[in-house]
Design a protein. Structure first.
Length: 259
């Protein structure tokens, strides 16, 4: 019996040593400081690759080859890297991306300058810049892109955006909403990302992702990081595209951090 207990003790001690060694040998988490970004630049309408497009990410630049491919190496990791892509006869592409790994695949579709999508994309770019400027002098320019028939959606996500004071409920409320934004935030990034435009006659439906990074003023200063899927409907009026509907589909990310 004594030998039996000694055997048990030896087994338990051996297990303790093995488990202890296992915990001591656990690899420490590796902090990734740089990564490589690669992908293909194509024509949004034809799907064909675009040669000699300039791709700028994180202060570094690459040119696409005959197959539209590019690679940018040793880019510092970041939650928000600015990417700008330009090519002859195409509208400029502006966006932001997150790099947290050693390799990231990121494809880009450019819109030809002759495409009917270009005027709609230009309005979205103008709205992004004007809203993000936090300049009340820009309010008339912002309102000029809206139809007098404009209304916001009545779904829960859009109603929340209206209540938060970032989406105007109707045309007459646009100046009030924009003044609220200017008075509420000390800085604001407001981007319509990856717009998917479908045009039928005098109507254009745009599905996109809306990314907002903002900082509210005192007495309740906070950093806001909001991402939502949304849609906008444009209607051509007197040869100009005007926004007649704006709605949010769902929130993808909603974070607030007190300062």
């Amino acid at each position: 019996m004594r030998h039996y207990f000694l055997t048990i003790l030896l087994i338990l001690n051996l297990l303790t040593i093995i488990v202890g060694c296992g915990s001591d040998s656990e690899e420490k988490s590796v902090v990734i400081e740089q990564g490589d970004i690669f992908g293909t630049v194509i024509d949004k309408e034809t799907g064909l690759p675009i040669k000699d497009a300039s791709v700028q990410i994180g202060g570094k630049t690459s040119q696409t080859d005959d197959k539209g491919k590019y690679t940018i190496r040793s880019v510092p990791t970041s939650d928000s890297l600015k990417i700008v892509v330009t090519a002859t006869d195409y509208a400029e592409y502006n966006n932001s991306l997150s790099l947290k790994q050693e390799l990231l695949s990121y494809d880009i579709a450019l819109i030809p300058n002759k495409s009917p999508f270009v005027p709609v994309i230009a309005i979205l770019d103008s709205l992004s810049k004007d809203i993000g400027s936090l300049d009340e002098k820009k309010i008339p320019d912002i309102q000029s892109h809206f139809s007098k028939d404009y209304v916001a959606g009545n779904d829960d996500a859009t109603i929340f955006g209206i209540f938060a004071g970032v989406i105007p409920p109707n045309y007459d409320e646009i100046p009030k909403t924009m003044k609220n934004i200017c008075n509420k935030y000390t800085k604001l990034e407001f981007k319509f990302e990856n717009p998917d435009v479908k045009i039928e006659g005098d109507n254009a439906l745009v599905l996109m992702r809306i990314a907002i990074k903002a900082q509210t003023k005192a007495p309740d200063p906070k950093d806001w990081d909001i991402v939502a899927d949304g849609k906008i409907i444009f209607k051509k009026q007197d040869n100009d595209w005007k926004m007649i509907f704006w709605g949010l589909i769902q929130f993808v990310k909603f974070e607030e951090k007190p300062l």
